[in-house]
Design a protein around this ligand. Structure first.
Ligand SMILES: [Zn+2]
Length: 292
């Protein structure tokens, strides 16, 4: 652990945020994952952003996907939402103003609440050189983009203080592949592979081409249907891994499972996420509760 001065722990709970990258709300429901039984009811919420980097920055400010409330000032909603951290952390007296001036949850947890802070991420746009790697004791981009089990196996919980983990999970991201699947069987879109070693987020979104010459490089309806089924299957696979997570966490662990944004499977001519403004790219599942 990096040597950082921090106070005696002020929270009773370990806290874990899991982002199922790109997981649509309706894919999550269709998968009928069992872990929902342990954490509570699945809520339909809304991401603040349509792709990975801004969405994770937003949630690391402490603002998780919102409820799309009407007749409320944004500042009042932020304040109200932040009070939820008292329950999540098993603490008292936490308010939005405690986040000022850094406005960053890892900073607040490490420097004010005395937590060990760690992030294990799957998507290269969140790699350790990016600005969101701030005030984490550990921050790692995983070797594979789609192996949550490897994250669970690497998690440690120091005895002397509570831990905070961000787990960015890639199985639900295009190409919706479980780690045992041979990459040569993955569905391919022209232009998506190659910029980063694994994936280029920005090319994984955007409208489908309309012209007949370029349309060939995108998916037809059949393929889009298959892709949606692959995402549902990825959630079903993750159900087992999340149960494994529930088994290894210490007593007093609170877990939030959500998505950083949704995904488009052909609606209005869109595929993926990113430069898209569509209800389904903002609609995300949200479920949280104390597991032990
Ligand atoms: Zn994402």
């Amino acid at each position: 652990m990096r040597t950082v001065e921090r106070p005696e722990p002020k929270g009773r709970n370990h806290y874990i945020i899991v982002t199922l990258d790109s997981c649509r709300y309706d894919s999550f429901l269709a998968a009928k994952p069992e872990f929902t039984r342990y954490l509570g009811d699945v809520e339909r919420r809304w991401s603040y952003a349509s792709w990975t980097a801004p969405s994770h920055y937003n949630l690391l400010m402490g603002l998780l996907p919102h409820k799309n409330p009407t007749h409320v000032y944004a500042s009042e909603y932020y304040k109200e939402d932040f009070l939820r951290y008292n329950e999540r952390l098993g603490a008292q007296g936490i308010e939005f103003r405690n986040m000022i001036p850094d406005m960053f949850l890892p900073t607040f947890l490490q420097r004010t609440m005395g937590y060990y802070t760690a992030a294990l991420v799957s998507l290269p746009v969140l790699n350790p050189r990016t600005v969101i790697n701030k005030d984490f004791d550990r921050y790692d981009l995983m070797n594979k983009h789609n192996d949550m089990r490897a994250m669970v196996e690497q998690m440690i919980f120091p005895d002397d203080r509570p831990s905070f983990y961000l787990l960015n999970v890639g199985e639900t991201h295009y190409p919706y592949a479980t780690p045992d699947e041979d990459p040569k069987d993955w569905p391919k879109i022209s232009g998506v592979h190659g910029i980063f070693k694994h994936f280029d987020e920005q090319h994984a979104g955007g409208p489908l081409a309309e012209s007949p010459e370029t349309k060939l490089t995108f998916f037809d309806d059949n393929k889009l249907h298959q892709l949606r089924n692959r995402q549902i299957h990825a959630v079903q696979y993750l159900d087992e891994v999340i149960k494994q997570l529930f088994d290894i966490v210490p007593k007093n662990t609170y877990i939030t499972i959500t998505a950083d944004h949704g995904e488009l499977f052909g609606e209005n001519g869109f595929f993926g996420h990113g430069p898209i403004s569509h209800e389904k790219v903002f609609e995300v599942p949200f479920i949280e509760g104390k597991i032990r």
